[in-house]
Design a protein around this ligand. Structure first.
Ligand code: APR
Length: 217
């Protein structure tokens, strides 16, 4: 008996805005897959994380919380200068690899940002899977602590930090499924993959973890 099942695919026309005036959000969704797991929903989408109108988004940050390129840069640009001011004020010592810290979302549609520090890939023998799992798990703990119904993730560590995408997807999805099985929260976990290749890989991995998952279209 599978522990979770696919219940459908997401239509491309679905709105992301929850009624708020974010016209850019109309381009954030594409067809993807979702599964239900212990009454929670796990979604895979291709899109831009900064457009997501969820309670919290996770950032792929560095240990200094100093901002950077990739999704980190995009989040700071969209949030405005208040975000770097807040991380500096609340977390002057930064955040260790394998963990995460919370700030407000400033000008983002999301209420909160969880600044997660994934590992740099060194070949896989320096504790990378455990550190990556720790970053995701801490974000999910923060979501529960901050009463978030919904949280959206990028593919942490798979850009500049060089973590192979398939291995990263395995860690990200397994950690999330384990957490949802244990805590039955948050109600929605959304993975927002920037490119079609990443979405395909995350979809393949989720299909393997869930025998009843339909293939991506
Ligand atoms: N929305 C969703 N995903 C995005 C976006 C976006 N707007 N922009 C980039 N991505 C994807 C990338 O395609 C990649 O798959 O996020 C994933 C993570 O890539 P990076 O942002 O490079 O993050 P990471 O590999 O964890 O490296 C972190 O990069 O920018 C610096 O300050 C950051 O030093 C830190 C390091």
């Amino acid at each position: 008996m599978p522990r979770f099942r696919t219940v459908g695919t997401i239509p491309p026309s679905i709105a992301v805005t929850d009624g708020r005036p974010f016209p850019r959000c109309q381009v954030a969704f594409k067809p993807a897959m979702f599964v239900t797991h212990h009454n929670c929903r796990l979604e895979l989408l291709q899109g831009d994380l900064t457009l997501q109108a969820v309670d919290a988004i996770a950032n792929a940050a560095n240990p200094q919380l100093a901002g950077g390129g990739g999704v980190d840069g995009a989040i700071h640009r969209a949030a405005g200068p208040g975000l770097i001011a807040e991380t500096g004020r609340l977390y002057p010592d930064g955040c260790p690899t394998g963990s995460a810290v919370a700030t407000s979302g400033c000008r983002l549609p999301a209420r909160l940002v969880f600044h997660a520090v994934g590992p740099i890939w060194h070949g896989g023998n320096r504790g990378e899977p455990g550190l990556l799992a720790g970053a995701y798990r801490r974000c999910l703990e923060l979501a529960v602590e901050h009463d978030c119904q919904s949280v959206a993730f990028p593919a942490i560590s798979t850009g500049v930090y060089g973590y192979p995408k398939r291995e990263a997807a395995q860690v990200a999805l397994q950690t999330t499924l384990d957490f949802l099985r244990e805590f039955h929260r948050p109600a929605l976990v959304r993975f927002v993959l920037f490119d079609a290749g990443s979405l395909q890989i995350f979809g393949d991995v989720l299909s393997r973890l869930s025998p009843s998952t339909s293939p991506l279209r």
